[in-house]
Design a protein around this ligand. Structure first.
Ligand code: SF4
Length: 430
């Protein structure tokens, strides 16, 4: 049977979808890259904003349209929060909520009378998968940010056993991945229920694996402990932190129920920059949170500019039913949200260009991800997207490039290698 697995939204959703695909491949299913040729499509959905929910519905419809004979499984946060609407979408035969996710592969096997996979972790690298390996370390969140639907969709914080994580990472390493990204909803809470810490896990991963690069996905600012920062002495840890800010105004942060002030955030960011040279700090900002007046927005814009982020994701506020913010009065009009979002995005572009300018003329290692017509692009450890011309295939190699120009969305450069390595040689060669 042919199965198509797709995900929308965060890296955690990607990692879950890839792990289902691996489990299904181990159970004998044929994983395909196109819903038209699939007998079964699985969509891991997102509902973090109205737009994400709409795109999730569209993806389900696309799968059903591509092959009207195929069955569609809808899982993920949209399926959990809106199961009735999800069930009404065309082709849907199973809406798998959060509680079904862990055993999704086993349930599909059982529904077809097949035995469950024996060793779902130990399989070949997925065809068409990501260049970087996304590894889930925990799920859920015990915080109560007033705008957040994710914690409702995914439930309380729970961590995977560290040995399971290490086993999975060793399998990805054996498949040739050069970079692993530790993902979760609230990774800073990793192991808390067992008296363990994220720093302890990262230390173990560095000791027990040989990935040239290890990256942390989004981490809440208050989880940035000195114990964690000290680990960046190891050059294998990517010099990149995604620290969600959400607002640069203290009054707005308070209504959002975030656990820091702008002064605390600024101090944490300064400590991180002292500990990690060349650090890229990226962030998310919500625009038009209820009661955000012009002066709050101006305070936020000024703070964002001062923090000199390397990349900024701007989200117009989207009221999600069931969250505290959905019941707050004084909604900001769509027109004002649009204007403010455009202004914040332009600040983000300016900050990104300033950050990248620091690296002009530098030679930096890049993990090359994709190429077309002899033009390749990939990411530095500190999250700068770099483009070079190369007639040779570069995919999944870490090779240095000299950075020569700041462009929209990244930098141009030239490969800085004296001789191209063999196709199976993914080590760094200068
Ligand atoms: S920390 Fe806040 S925003 Fe992040 S998942 Fe938890 S409740 Fe949501």
């Amino acid at each position: 049977m042919k199965v198509y697995v797709t995900a929308l939204g965060c890296k955690l959703n990607q990692s879950e979808a890839e792990s289902w695909a691996r489990g299904l491949a181990a159970a004998g299913f044929d994983i395909v890259g196109d819903p038209a040729s699939a007998d079964l499509s699985i969509v891991n959905t997102c509902t973090v904003t109205h737009v994400a929910a709409r795109k999730s519905r569209q993806r389900v419809r696309q799968c059903a349209r591509a092959n009207p004979q195929a069955n569609v499984v809808v899982s993920g946060c949209y399926a959990e929060i809106s199961p009735i609407q999800a069930a009404r979408l065309p082709g849907v035969y199973w809406v798998a909520g959060t509680a079904d996710k862990e055993r999704l592969v086993e349930r599909i096997c059982a529904s077809l009378g097949l035995p469950p996979p024996v060793a779902p972790i130990l399989t070949e690298r997925l065809p068409g998968g990501h260049t970087r390996a996304f590894v889930k370390i925990q799920d859920g969140c015990d915080n109560a940010c007033s705008y957040c639907i994710v914690r409702i969709a995914r439930g309380p914080q729970r961590s995977r056993p560290s040995q399971d994580i290490l086993d999975e990472m060793l399998a990805r390493q054996a498949e040739g991945y050069q970079e692993a990204v530790l993902t979760g909803v609230h990774i800073g809470a990793y192991g808390r229920e067992r008296g363990e810490t994220l720093a302890g896990l990262v230390r173990q991963v560095l000791e027990c694996t040989q990935f040239p690069r290890l990256r942390l996905s989004s981490i809440e600012p208050w989880d940035l402990t000195s114990e964690l920062l000290a680990l960046w002495e190891n050059p294998r840890l990517c010099r990149h932190l995604h620290l969600p800010l959400q607002s640069g105004c203290d009054a707005t942060l308070k209504r959002m129920n975030r656990r820091y002030t702008t002064a605390q955030y600024s101090d944490l960011l300064a400590a991180a920059r002292r500990a990690i040279p060349d650090l890229a700090v990226t962030t998310d900002v919500i625009i038009g949170f209820p009661s955000e007046d012009q002066s709050e927005f101006e305070a936020s814009a000024e703070f964002v500019e001062r923090m000199a982020f390397a990349r900024l994701h701007v989200f117009p506020f989207s009221a999600r039913q069931g969250t505290a913010a959905a019941g707050m009065a004084a909604r900001v009009s769509a027109r004002v949200k649009k204007e403010r979002a455009a202004r914040m995005a332009s600040i983000g572009r300016r900050c990104a260009a300033l950050f990248q300018r620091h690296f002009l003329g530098r030679t930096m290692d890049v993990l090359w991800e994709s190429g077309r017509s002899g033009q390749w692009n990939g990411l530095t450890g500190n999250y700068i997207r770099v483009w070079v011309d190369s007639p040779c295939p570069l995919w999944n190699r870490i090779l240095p490039a000299r950075l020569t120009e700041v462009t929209q969305g990244g930098m141009r450069g030239e490969l800085a290698v004296t001789a191209m390595p063999q196709a199976d040689d993914t080590s760094v060669s200068r």
